[in-house]
Write a protein that binds this ligand. Structure first.
Ligand code: ADP
Ligand code: MG
Length: 392
């Protein structure tokens, strides 16, 4: 996909309306995780270095089109100023005059765009009023790109539009993973349920050579093959769906890999007594809570022969020991292959990122997307409105 970046734009003296995701967690007025602010810092620095006047557009919480004082972006100004290394101004009205008073290099944050009902309605009028006070539009909020909102979509059509640095990094990484990947490609899909990832599985079987299925959703596939998964999390009403996916994969030349052995327990809690058995032999009354060591060895062997890995969803109930073992072992192997230059590894999803951090290898992956919903929709093969609006 072709899109413009900061490097393509003449910025000097221009008012750049910059959509960012600074929807950070706040407790007692303090920002408890500044990751999202840190991610936009390179973009703001480069815009300022180019002589732009930087206007930040962002949402915070879900005020549903009304002014909700607790969701004012004003409370983020100190954290923004600290982590962006510049005194950030704030305007909650009189936007035109506030922008007119800006000098090149200044950074001005507008009030929560979701206070305006036009934002979530992708309203043309709201977008036009914003466009009238800016010269250029920069989107650095990939995580909001799956929503067609006024500041992620309509506005992008009204001004010369380009991607910020973190948007650029995300799109480049995603393209390397599924757009123009180095084959063969493996997708590892885990997590709790098949039902939440049907579109994902359907899209992947056409695009990858190996589909590794783990987590609770593997149980549904095992059951679809006639195995007795006992009390495991399993969507018994989706056995036909699972069979359809396996048939589609077969037709597309995609090999599906299910766990050959599994770790079982009688209760869903940390550190219960466990048994490791072949997937055909789940003990009566027990449930599968992780993939076994043989399954992990099988996964590692497949990854050894792959050029690219895209990963969403843990292989087991990783929040509880020892059911983090398979996810951590597979993650360490993927990280080692990546470090050795043999594998391009891209991962995303809320629990996936937590699991890879827990395994201590997130930094070794080629790219970790923190975008959640937008990452999943991209993996599902959907067009993201905020990204489409940037295409040159
Ligand atoms: P992500 O947020 O990365 O998209 P999901 O939300 O789909 O991932 O899945 C993560 C959840 O799946 C975790 O809460 C994990 O405990 C659960 N899970 C994984 N394997 C099992 C299993 N065998 N039985 C029950 N839950 C599981
Ligand atoms: Mg999740």
């Amino acid at each position: 996909m072709a899109f413009k970046t900061i490097d393509d734009m003449a910025l000097s003296g221009q008012v750049v309306l910059t959509r960012v995701d600074i929807n950070v967690p706040v407790e007692d007025g303090r920002v408890t995780d500044v990751t999202r602010i840190q991610r936009i810092a390179p973009t703001i620095a480069d815009l300022r270095a180019g002589g732009a006047k930087v206007v930040l557009l962002a949402h915070f919480g879900r005020p549903k089109g009304k002014v909700v004082p607790e969701m004012s972006l004003r409370q983020l100004v100190p954290a923004l100023s600290e982590h962006l290394g510049v005194e950030v101004g704030f305007a909650d009205g009189g936007y035109g005059a506030a922008v007119a008073a800006m000098a090149p290099g200044d950074v001005l944050l507008f009030e929560n765009v979701r206070f305006n009902p036009g934002e979530e309605q992708d309203d043309a009028g709201f977008a036009q009023r914003l466009a009238a006070i800016g010269d250029l539009y920069c989107n650095d909020a990939f995580s909001a790109a799956h929503r067609a909102h006024a500041t992620t979509h309509a506005l992008a059509r009204l001004l010369p539009a380009f991607a910020g640095r973190s948007m650029e990094a995300e799109l480049t990484a995603l393209d390397r993973a599924l757009g123009t990947p180095k084959p063969p490609v493996a997708a590892l899909v885990g997590g709790a349920k098949v039902s939440t990832k049907l579109d994902l599985l359907g899209n992947l079987v056409d695009k990858v050579q190996h589909l590794i299925i783990g987590g609770g959703m593997a149980n549904t596939f095992l059951a679809a093959k006639g195995l007795d998964v006992q009390k495991s999390l399993c969507e018994h009403d989706l056995l036909d769906t699972a069979r359809d996916i396996m048939a589609k994969a077969d037709g597309a030349g995609c090999a599906i890999l299910l766990p050959r052995d599994v770790v079982c327990a009688a209760e869903f809690r940390a550190d219960p007594p466990t048994t490791t058995v072949r997937a055909e032999e789940v003990p009566t009354g027990q449930m599968i809570l992780d993939a076994g060591p043989d399954a992990v060895a099988h996964i590692c062997q497949v990854l050894d022969g792959c050029g690219t890995l895209v990963w969403n969803g843990p292989l087991g109930a990783f929040e509880m020991t020892p059911f983090d073992a398979a996810t951590s072992a597979a993650a360490r192997h993927a990280a080692a292959l990546t470090r050795a230059g043999k594998l391009v590894s891209v991962a995303g999803g809320g629990d996936t990122v937590a699991a890879l951090n827990h395994a201590g290898v997130a930094g070794d992956f080629t790219y970790i997307s923190t975008a959640g919903g937008a990452f999943l929709e991209w993996m599902e093969g959907k067009e993201l409105p905020g990204v489409a609006a940037l295409s040159a």
